[in-house]
Design a binder for this molecule. Structure first.
Ligand SMILES: C[S@@+](CC[C@H](N)C(=O)[O-])C[C@H]1O[C@@H](n2cnc3c(N)ncnc32)[C@H](O)[C@@H]1O
Length: 238
């Protein structure tokens, strides 16, 4: 089974990422601002997760639709942030072509698939559902910092006793993927994410039909630089 089907769809995910709920108070307004669409825009929050960023898109006056693969996340979203939601896979979005003004893809939610074709397919689907001139916001982890901080080889386990889990991250130089193993509530989880270079991100965006690609290196919109922790791309549908 693909790792992303099970790993996000487990109550332990909410334990491991509990701090992201508080982070949303800063990330939400900032990322919604960087999307930079006028009020009334139809925005697809893909993937929406449990909806932690939803109120901040709504606060900008957007009409927001959420989609995610995880039934557990969607259930929590429905309870905490009622909204139009759909269960979906990035590779075949259940939205009409050219139906959206914006796609909001936050928190390193690209690169999950094993093949380059599938990862490109996700961007092609984002482009398909956007109207001409529509905007994609793609919020990624900065690859160069990640490479520098995450060890190659076997890595070592870090303990997060207050949060209740252990974590070991390793960087696979050949496959250019970060593998993050976690032990939580007696279970093991393993994320395996392709972390592209800036050139690869731009190449894929162009191949998927985007133009006018700009990037910044942080939530405050600071200029992009290789060692920025976040690489946040804004791209316009051709
Ligand atoms: C890191 S979370 C980000 C969620 C949200 N954007 C946020 O910032 O809270 C990644 C999300 O992607 C979803 N996901 C993973 N694989 C997916 C796929 N193939 N299609 C659609 N959603 C997927 C997971 O269920 C999870 O909710």
């Amino acid at each position: 089974m693909d790792w992303f089907i099970g790993d996000f769809d487990d109550p332990a995910y909410f334990t491991i990422y509990a701090d992201k709920e508080a982070d949303a108070a800063v990330e939400g307004p900032a990322l919604a601002g960087l999307l930079d669409l006028p009020p009334g825009s139809r925005v697809l929050d893909l993937p929406c997760g449990w909806g932690r960023l939803h109120p901040h898109l709504r606060a900008r006056g957007h009409e927001v639709f959420g989609g995610d693969l995880s039934p557990l996340n969607l259930r929590r979203h429905r309870v905490e942030h009622p909204a139009p939601l759909v269960r979906m896979d990035f590779r075949a979005l259940p939205f009409r072509s050219a139906s959206a003004d914006g796609v909001f893809c936050a928190f390193t939610s690209w690169g999950y698939f094993a093949s380059d074709e599938e990862n490109l397919r996700q961007l092609l689907e984002f482009a398909r559902v956007l109207r001409r001139g529509g905007v994609l916001l793609l919020d990624l982890a900065g690859r160069d910092t990640l490479c520098a901080t995450v060890s190659g080889g076997k890595g070592h386990w870090l303990d997060f006793p207050e949060e209740g889990y252990q974590e070991r991250a390793t960087w696979d130089r050949t496959r250019r993927r970060i593998r993050t193993e976690r032990r939580c509530q007696g279970q093991r989880f393993r994320h395996d994410i392709w972390i592209p270079s800036d050139e690869e991100v731009r190449g894929c965006l162009s191949a998927a039909g985007f133009r006018s690609v700009t990037a910044c290196g942080g939530l405050d919109g600071r200029p992009w630089e290789p060692m920025a922790e976040r690489w946040i791309y804004r791209a316009v549908r051709r």
